[in-house]
Design a protein around this ligand. Structure first.
Ligand code: NDP
Length: 338
């Protein structure tokens, strides 16, 4: 079958497309301008005409995806703003929510062959900062960031603005499907990945232009731009990009995934653990604070991956060591290591 991937030129999009092409799918990817597809056409050249791209300049426009959804059997919606530079929270929330509604609406009216719609949400739509860190599962919704944005407006923390955009766009998708349940011929699967790390496959001019998760990795592990305190305090859970790409393929294939929200997360971390893993493999990289006692790290973002294992049937996740090795290879190929 043929799958539409929105935001195909991003970190996730490039890997998800590669995975689907390898599995024999035809892929149509959306980009915001034609120049962004040149690199991808070269990257996927050995798949012949199985890869095509289409330009959707403004995802928020009504009917923006009317052409793109034609003749595809499934959709993976990845395009969404992921940055920490919004002034007004609406600057990031509106494109995320309107983009989601727009592709769903086009699917309803023009995507007559679509049977499955996979939305890439995030742990952002699940976790809250709580005094006692629970193990979050798919029942949890991040209301905290929405509240903070509403109460603090422009002064809200940058991460709350992004987190709220993910919660609100995921909710928009569930609402859309519920509201149109008598008319739609597709089911919705939502994936909620943790921080995605792994080798760089997409086109990036310089490391400071990396997508958010890999930018965090680069500045912590290569640039040495974080204090010892930050390396030990900033924590989340992570998952390898190849495991995320696999989860997207399985989300298309597993009948049981219909109508489910699935957390895709390997394990929690603090950045010092990534510094340690990289320094062990390449001693020219920063050591951070090698004496930090990782067993004392406080993890506030722990997620159950039990439901995804049950429904997608995948339980093996890459380790920090494997992922570090492959990330360093990709940084080295780009000339980004000291
Ligand atoms: P990237 O920044 O690499 O890719 C984002 C993609 O979305 C690009 O194709 C980008 O296009 C497009 N995009 C961004 N803003 C807009 C907009 N306003 N209108 C149209 N298109 C837009 O990020 P990732 O690959 O990391 O993220 C992809 C998705 O995965 C996002 O939905 C993100 O929330 C989600 N996610 C990411 C995680 C991570 O750790 N990386 C974790 C969990 C979820 P362009 O290149 O033209 O800007």
């Amino acid at each position: 079958g043929k799958v539409l991937i929105t935001g195909v030129n991003g970190f996730l999009g490039t890997w998800v497309a590669k995975k689907l092409l390898e599995e024999g799918y035809a892929v149509r990817g959306t980009v915001r301008s034609e120049d962004k597809s040149v690199y991808l056409k070269k990257l996927y050249s050995n798949f012949g005409d199985k890869f095509e791209s289409t330009v959707v300049p403004d995802i928020t426009k009504d009917g923006a995806f009317d052409g793109a959804v034609k003749d595809v059997n499934a959709i993976i919606h990845l395009a969404a703003p992921f940055h920490m530079s919004a002034v007004d929270p609406a600057e990031i929330i509106n494109p995320a929510v309107e983009g989601t509604n727009s592709v769903l609406q086009s699917t309803l009216t023009h995507g007559t062959r679509v049977r499955r719609f996979v939305l890439t949400s995030s742990v952002a739509a699940i976790m809250e900062l709580l005094p006692e860190a629970p193990v979050f599962n798919e029942e949890s919704w991040n209301e905290q960031s929405i509240r903070n944005c509403r109460e603090q407006g422009k002064d809200a923390q940058q991460h709350d603005k992004y987190l709220a955009s993910k919660t609100l766009s995921e909710r928009a998708a569930w609402d859309f499907v519920e509201k149109n349940k008598d008319r739609i011929k597709f089911d919705l699967v939502v994936l909620n990945p943790a921080i995605v790390l792994g080798p760089i496959l997409h086109e990036v001019a310089d490391p400071m232009k990396l997508n958010m998760s890999m930018l965090e990795h680069y500045i912590s592990v290569v640039a040495g731009a974080r204090s010892d305190e930050e390396l030990f305090a900033i924590n989340n859970s992570w998952v390898d990009i190849r495991d995320v790409a696999d989860a997207h393929a399985l989300a298309l294939q597993k009948q049981e995934a219909a109508g489910e929200r699935l957390l895709i997360a390997a394990e929690p971390y603090v950045w010092q653990e990534w510094v340690n893993a990289a320094h062990a493999q390449d001693s020219s990289l920063p050591a951070g604070n090698p004496n930090a006692d990782i067993s004392k790290a406080v993890y506030q973002m722990k997620y159950s991956n039990e439901k995804a294992a049950r429904i997608l049937g995948s339980t093996k996740y890459k380790t920090k060591e494997e992922t570090t090795r492959d990330i360093l290879v990709s940084y080295r190929e780009k000339g980004w290591l000291p």
